[in-house]
Design a protein around this ligand. Structure first.
Ligand SMILES: [Zn+2]
Length: 112
């Protein structure tokens, strides 16, 4: 799964890196400052490909749309990446980080 994440990021964002974070409220984060996409530590061993794949794509769209939040630019990127539309279905919360990064939190368990 780690390799998959790294490859996906490399493909779309050649200068960005992938890692994990311990922020207790967010599943995935995009840091524009550090050019880094991270997943929560707890997902390190996740075998839920659907969730992991879509979290990464969601964040890639943020990285590609700069700091535009979930606006039109971001939406266009998710369409290109064929990201599951969690934002529209209000299954996620989005919080803006102090450093300008974005975090997403699921408010429901995502079903396959
Ligand atoms: Zn988001």
């Amino acid at each position: 799964m780690i390799n998959y994440c790294k490859e996906l990021i490399k493909k779309h964002l050649p200068n960005w890196s992938f890692g994990y974070h311990k922020h207790r409220l967010s599943l995935a984060r995009t840091s524009h400052r550090y050019k880094k996409i991270t997943l929560h530590e707890n997902l390190r061993k996740s075998k839920n490909e659907y969730v992991v794949r879509n979290l990464i794509k969601h964040e890639i769209a943020h990285a590609k749309s700069s700091r535009a939040g979930h606006g039109k630019t971001w939406l266009n990127e998710t369409n290109k990446l064929r990201t599951a539309d969690w934002a529209k279905k209000k299954k996620i919360y989005v919080i803006k980080e102090k450093d300008g990064g974005m975090s997403i939190l699921l408010n429901k368990k995502v079903k396959k």
